[in-house]
Ligand binder design. Structure first.
Ligand code: PMP
Length: 385
């Protein structure tokens, strides 16, 4: 097993070793680690729903009614009527004919992409797409081209050169990018997908619950529900729970039931999680003030950081502050932690070398006073290096 020692030592030498945190408590946007309370600017509970009484109550009610497990995969005897209820609610929320629920976002992406594409097909993927999208493409056996982040011109060059050589073509993008917090030029990509006869899949993991009139995401906000063929999203971020879904035409969903291996061969989501997911969608529709307040605070924090001369990116609740150097990023994160702020350094291979950053995820729990304090500490920390 020496190869493991060598691997870990190398990661440590490069300051790239990943370690776990062992959080003791979580409450109202704060966490307790090693007995110390920290402001948590690293979590995805953007709307603060993970402790919402309605989610807790529905979660408990479903566990009491159906037990703690679904006890089998959907195609065996794990297929409860509450899974179907959730799928109807998701389809309606997303404005699509049908939907299908998966165990997690990672499972959804690998399952959907490897079911839609095979050898002889081609996938055009934004360079900043999530690891689960990349793994789905690799698993599919399709030819794979990455276009420069959000560069429609580069995507079109690739389509012009390569599209005709393959059978099916899939374009995959995210609607809020997880490390940059920015959004794609969706209308232009829709236009290309139509001109080059492609299927368009979007990952709305970080947009659902926050953007759009009903909180359904960027696709809803830009009124492109009919143009986007496959809308994937997760319950584990703004929806405060766990699991994922895909919304699409009824035929596409029937196809995935027959072909998506991470759906077919995996235990169905447990009843407690279904309860929380149903309640979360209800709350997103009923309590729009959550996303409104969140986005107001986000704007406030972003402008504070810009005024202080930081290199920030994006236009969402994910605010990366690019430090551009691994050592500096780690030192700043360390100093933030000393001032009770938990914001993690994001380093290669998650982001390209030279783009090392502190990634702030602002949530509904973070008031303007807290964000002001964070910006001040960040300024002092980066000046002190
Ligand atoms: N897609 C994106 C864009 C993500 O950021 C993530 C999670 N970080 C996933 C998919 C995976 O979702 P899950 O955590 O539910 O597996």
């Amino acid at each position: 097993m020496e190869w493991i020692d060598r691997f870990l030592q190398k990661r440590e030498d490069q300051l790239l070793l990943r370690t776990l945190h062992n959080i003791e408590k979580r409450k109202g946007g704060n966490i307790v680690v090693d007995g110390k309370e920290l402001i948590d600017l690293s979590c995805n509970d953007y709307l603060g729903l993970a402790a919402h009484p309605c989610l807790l109550q529905e979660s408990k009610r479903m566990a009491e009614g159906y037990g703690t497990s679904s006890s089998a995969s959907r195609l065996m005897s794990g297929d409860l009527h509450i899974h179907h209820l959730l799928e109807e609610v998701v389809a309606d929320f997303k404005g699509k004919e049908a939907s299908l629920v998966f165990g997690s976002g990672f499972l959804a992406n690998i399952g959907i992409i490897s079911a839609i594409c095979q050898k002889g097909d081609v996938v055009f993927s934004d360079r900043l797409n999530h690891a689960s999208i990349i793994d789905g493409i690799l698993l599919s056996g399709a030819q794979f081209f990455r276009f420069r982040h959000n560069e429609v011109g580069h995507l079109e060059d690739l389509l012009k050169k390569e599209r005709a050589k393959f059978k099916k073509a899939l374009i995959v993008i995210e609607t809020i990018y997880s490390m940059d917090g920015d959004r794609p030029p969706l209308k232009e990509i829709v236009n290309l997908k139509e001109r080059y006869n492609c299927i368009l899949m979007v990952d709305e993991a970080h947009a659902t619950g926050i953007f759009g009139r009903n909180g359904a995401g960027i696709v809803e906000e830009e009124d492109l529900t009919h143009e986007v063929d496959i809308i994937m999203g997760t319950f584990g971020k703004a929806l405060g729970s766990y699991g994922a879904y895909v919304a699409a035409s009824k035929k596409t969903i029937d196809y995935l039931v027959n072909r998506a291996r991470s759906f077919i061969y995996s235990t169905a989501l447990p009843p407690s999680v279904i309860g929380a997911n149903l309640a979360a969608i209800e709350i997103v529709k009923k309590e729009p003030f959550r996303r409104k307040i969140l986005l107001e605070h986000v704007e406030y924090f972003r402008s504070l950081l810009k005024d202080k001369g930081f290199n920030t990116r994006g236009s969402s609740q994910i605010i990366p502050v690019v430090m551009g150097d691994n050592k500096k990023t780690i030192m700043v994160a360390h100093m933030l932690r000393e001032h009770s702020i938990f914001a993690l350094p994001i380093r290669p291979p998650t982001v390209p070398k030279g783009e090392e950053r502190i990634r702030f995820s602002v949530t509904y729990h973070h008031s303007k006073e807290i964000l002001y304090q964070v910006a001040e500490v960040l300024k002092d920390a980066s000046n002190g290096i």
